[in-house]
Design a protein around this ligand. Structure first.
Ligand code: 8IG
Length: 283
């Protein structure tokens, strides 16, 4: 297989044009003219994906313009087209991994996932991640809905006068839908740090003062880009560790193990949410 050139190396690339190209390849490879709901799987969520429905196509990231193979252990470098359980006429577009800002491919590469989802016809996206918790009552294995975010990266995927309103960036409608499925779900503010290093204890205290409940290295930039292209956004963070200074030292192995332990609950939750979003879209 010849490797596609990385369009993000060229600053004159129009990101929405690359997203259109990617959507075309996905439509061809999945035999589906359009998709309905996108799902982005973060750390700890891979096994949760299997419950969403029947996989109709698994396309290697490297075959799709603008995407790169998975860079993180425990992530899967495929884009899947899934016939949604309970509603197989509708398709979910499931991204097994994401590009992180710390990979150095730039914010446009980070935003490419959600831009491609929109170009493929999706009207909503479920962004998942693994994160550190600043709340002792949210132990590893707890899924938390993202109610708002702090973008502490100093970066943005938007260029030019794209004055996107983020007041309701984290869809109140979809959060209510998720809580309808699992009334024990709580909500928090997610702070995106640039990574790849975890925070110092002082940075975690800073995040606390700023209003964060969760810390991570993804998701906020994607949410911004998703709102810009009109997607409705739901965010679910899986707490995989206590934030630095709140527990034991941090290790990526633990992140993966926590994901495996929480896979059943997270999988059921994600699958029920995707089915409910599809049903709502139809109504
Ligand atoms: I998984 O504790 C995961 N990702 N910044 N801090 C940051 N990112 C994370 C963490 C964490 N855990």
């Amino acid at each position: 297989m010849t490797r596609l050139a990385d369009p993000w190396a060229d600053s004159t690339t129009d990101p929405l044009e690359i997203a259109q190209q990617a959507a075309k390849v996905i439509a061809g490879a999945s035999n589906a003219a359009s998709h309905d709901i996108a799902v982005v799987l973060g750390s700890g969520w891979r096994e949760a994906a299997d419950l969403m429905g029947e996989v109709r196509a698994a396309i290697p990231n490297g075959d799709v313009p603008g995407f790169a193979p998975a860079a993180v252990d425990g992530h899967d470098g495929h884009i899947r087209s899934v016939a949604i359980a309970g509603d197989p006429e509708r398709r979910a577009l499931v991204f097994g991994t994401r590009t992180h800002l710390y990979e150095g491919r730039g914010p446009a590469a980070v935003a490419h996932t959600v831009r491609t989802a929109a170009a493929a016809g999706c009207t909503s996206v479920v962004l998942t991640n693994g994160c550190g918790s600043l709340r002792p009552q949210w132990a590893p294995g707890t899924p938390v809905l993202i109610a708002d975010h702090l973008n502490l990266t100093g970066a943005t995927p938007l260029v030019g006068p794209a004055f996107v309103d983020l007041t309701d960036a984290w869809s109140p409608r979809l959060r209510a839908l998720a809580r309808g499925i699992d009334p024990t779900l709580e909500e928090g503010v997610y702070a995106q740090f640039p990574g790849p290093q975890y925070e110092t204890p002082a940075e975690v205290r800073m995040a606390r003062v700023l209003g964060a409940d969760l810390v991570g290295m993804s998701t906020a930039l994607e949410a911004i880009a998703a709102r810009h292209v009109g997607l409705e956004v739901l965010g679910i963070s899986l707490v995989t560790n206590a934030a630095a200074g709140h527990g034991a030292p941090l290790a990526h192995d633990e992140v993966i193990a926590t994901g495996q332990a929480a896979a059943q609950r997270c999988g059921n939750l994600l699958s029920a949410i995707v089915t409910a979003i599809a049903a709502g879209d139809r109504a």
